[in-house]
Design a protein. Structure first.
Length: 116
């Protein structure tokens, strides 16, 4: 299985996934992980990926174009018929259960978007 992780902090995520049991399993070739820097797909000179929320309010949101361009770069050379799922990681999301793990194990590739 191949994991593609879209994040603002690819070096940090890659270091974490190179440690302990996960790092050893990765070295042994049980799965592949590629970390992708969303900022690399920003079109402005400061590589900003923040956008203001629609309707005003507090905080910032991630701009859609860099995320979309990153996803397109990841999947542009994907094999025909690849079983792929895209998962947005959020503290507000569903709990990860064994049932979901079995469901995702059927995929060839998981694309994870780290939004926080």
């Amino acid at each position: 299985m191949k994991f593609d992780i879209m994040t603002l902090f690819p070096d940090m995520v890659d270091r974490i996934l190179s440690e302990s049991v996960i790092g050893r399993a990765r070295e042994a070739g049980f799965f592949e992980v590629a970390c992708h820097d969303i900022r690399a797909y920003s079109k402005n000179k400061h590589r900003n990926v923040d956008d203001t929320p629609y309707g005003g309010g507090y905080g910032m949101v991630m701009a859609a174009p860099p995320i979309y361009d990153c996803y397109r770069a990841i999947t542009q050379n994907a094999p025909e018929g690849e079983r792929r799922r895209v998962i947005y990681l959020s503290p507000k999301g569903r709990h990860f259960t064994q049932t979901i793990a079995k469901e995702l194990a059927e995929c060839d590739r998981l694309v994870l978007l780290c939004g926080y």
